[in-house]
Design a protein around this ligand. Structure first.
Ligand code: PNS
Length: 168
């Protein structure tokens, strides 16, 4: 049983993440999508909201499970008996951070490999940060995130007192 962890902030999940999950689900027997609590980052969505959205969106994959985690990724991966950690690599700009993280994680746990997967070209410019910015400024995000996430973003914007122009 080859298990891989796909960790991230997923604040919120984008079509690029879904694409990586689909690819990973074909390569491994089981994928645990692990949502980091990451106190350092001010998240728009709570841990529960992010997990809820991920569960809804990944329901189509039989071998994908979603959970949250706190603390070191490698501790979590080891506890779950993972063979690998999956990360998406979009562009050269991702490389430096990802390379540093992969090597540090290898130092912490040499038996767990980091595997990089590239999403479809049309998702290479996508990021959760940019999607949130577009949504905050009233732009359309339905081409970038799954439907439940579009709705969740609209709800957040409504709560923030900003009705998106394109909602009607
Ligand atoms: O989606 P992100 O924000 O790029 O994901 C980064 C994440 C959550 C994978 C990374 O910050 C992480 O692994 N956090 C857990 C804490 C940890 O293990 N830090 C050491 C990494 S070398």
């Amino acid at each position: 049983m080859r298990l891989a962890i796909y960790p991230g902030s997923f604040d919120p999940i984008t079509n690029g993440h879904v694409d990586v999950i689909a690819r990973a689900a074909m390569l491994f027997d089981k994928i645990i999508v692990a949502v980091a609590s990451n106190e350092a980052k001010q998240a728009l969505f709570s841990m529960e909201e992010r997990i809820e959205m991920l569960k809804e969106v990944t329901g189509q994959f039989e071998n994908v499970q979603v959970t949250g985690f706190e603390g070191l990724l490698m501790e979590f991966a080891r506890r779950n008996g993972a063979a690998a950690v999956v990360r998406g690599l979009r562009a050269i700009s991702d490389f430096e951070f990802e390379f540093q993280m992969a090597l540090m994680n290898r130092k912490l746990e040499p038996s767990i490999e980091t595997v990089f997967l590239t999403p479809r070209e049309e998702y290479t410019y996508l990021s959760s940060r940019i999607v949130k910015e577009i949504a905050r400024l009233g732009g359309p995000v339905d081409a970038f995130v799954p439907k439940p996430v579009v709705e969740a973003l609209l709800k957040k914007m409504r709560i923030a007192g900003r009705r998106a122009e394109w909602e009607v």
